[in-house]
Unconditional design. Structure first.
Ligand code: DQA
Length: 157
């Protein structure tokens, strides 16, 4: 069995299901975890799914992913837009990193259009609600399996 895919969640995502449901939907974080774990299992991976409201805790978990994870999926929530310390931790990783958001930040307020995390991420999955996590873990699994199964970046028009 390969090392697990870490799936890390930032501040306020513990309130998923009740927090701004018109934006984030009514699926709870426990339901997201179960759906993501099921998807990962079909791809031959387990997941280690965690949430914290604390920047330093998330950074500790990113550091742990260096040695303990096959790949990392991260929904940094608001910290993605603000935290250089989180970016620095991500830049120390050599495993694939998939940034994941429920909403599509590019279509929201201007302060959400940039994330520091994107500077370290292999790619992003945004805007598909809870399904974003399933797609992100699929991308992470394929990247972790190596070049023959990894999604290829677009070469442009
Ligand atoms: C979010 C988008 C962020 O801008 C926001 O701060 C969140 C959730 C999302 O999953 O859509 O907390 O990361």
């Amino acid at each position: 069995m390969p090392k697990p895919i870490f799936v890390l969640n930032g501040p306020n995502l513990n309130l998923l299901g009740v927090r701004e449901p018109h934006i984030y939907g009514t699926t709870t974080l426990d339901e997201v975890r179960d759906r993501t774990a099921a998807r990962a299992q079909t791809l031959g991976f387990s997941i280690d799914f965690r949430q914290s409201n604390h920047e330093g805790v998330l950074i500790d978990w990113v550091q742990a992913a260096r040695t303990d994870a096959s790949a990392l999926v991260i929904n940094p929530a608001g910290l993605g837009h603000t935290s250089i310390a989180l970016l620095d931790a991500l830049k120390a990783l050599t495993i694939p990193i998939v940034e994941c958001h429920l909403s599509n930040p590019a279509a929201r307020e201007s302060f959400r259009r940039h994330t520091y995390v994107s500077l370290a991420a292999t790619g992003q999955v945004t805007g598909f609600g809870a399904v974003s996590y399933e797609l992100a873990v699929e991308a992470a699994a394929r990247l972790a399996q190596g070049p023959s199964t990894a999604p290829s970046p677009s070469q442009g028009a």
